[in-house]
Write a protein that binds this ligand. Structure first.
Ligand code: ADP
Length: 142
């Protein structure tokens, strides 16, 4: 039985999440489930030279909104209270996923393969990097 499972959620793609729900429920019987949403804005805004300007969206406001959305999305998993935890961080998604996996001692990462509509054989760039670099098993949901 797993004690700690990490489920990264792309909050801009709610359709992806639907596919991982049954897999998470099947594997998370007694585990603590860590849901992670990464806000991938930093390099993007920095490349536009906006990082320190007033045009850069307020960080804590964005984070609060992302948290709200993540909480809404994870309701469909029906994880008993106290066994799930949400995390919202900034940065490159793949790096942050791998970092949190270590921080929470994840024994399994459950991730969707890619956005819907692409080839079934494709692994998205985040999913591919996580599969390649994770130190624990990764379940890729198609
Ligand atoms: P695509 O390139 O088709 O978008 P990705 O590899 O980025 O595919 O996404 C596959 C999975 O990676 C998502 O379902 C999610 O589990 C995870 N993921 C991608 N982006 C993020 C993000 N910003 N925060 C958390 N998880 C993410």
């Amino acid at each position: 039985m797993y004690r700690s499972i990490l489920v990264p959620i792309d909050i801009s793609e709610t359709d992806l999440t639907r596919h991982v729900v049954p897999q998470v429920q099947a594997h998370a019987k007694t585990a603590k489930v860590h849901f992670l949403a990464v806000i991938p804005t930093v390099p993007f805004y920095a490349s536009l030279g906006l990082a320190y300007s007033t045009e850069f969206p307020d960080r804590s406001g964005l984070q609060a909104k992302a948290s709200e959305k993540l909480e809404e999305i994870i309701k469909q998993f029906n994880i008993p209270a106290g066994r799930s935890q949400t995390h919202v961080v900034y940065g490159p998604p793949k790096d942050q996923i791998l970092k949190l996996a270590e921080a929470v001692d994840a024994e399994l990462i459950i991730i969707a393969s890619h956005k819907p509509g692409f080839s079934t054989y494709l692994l998205g760039s985040t999913a591919a990097a996580v599969v390649r670099h994770a130190k624990c098993p990764v379940l890729v949901v198609r």
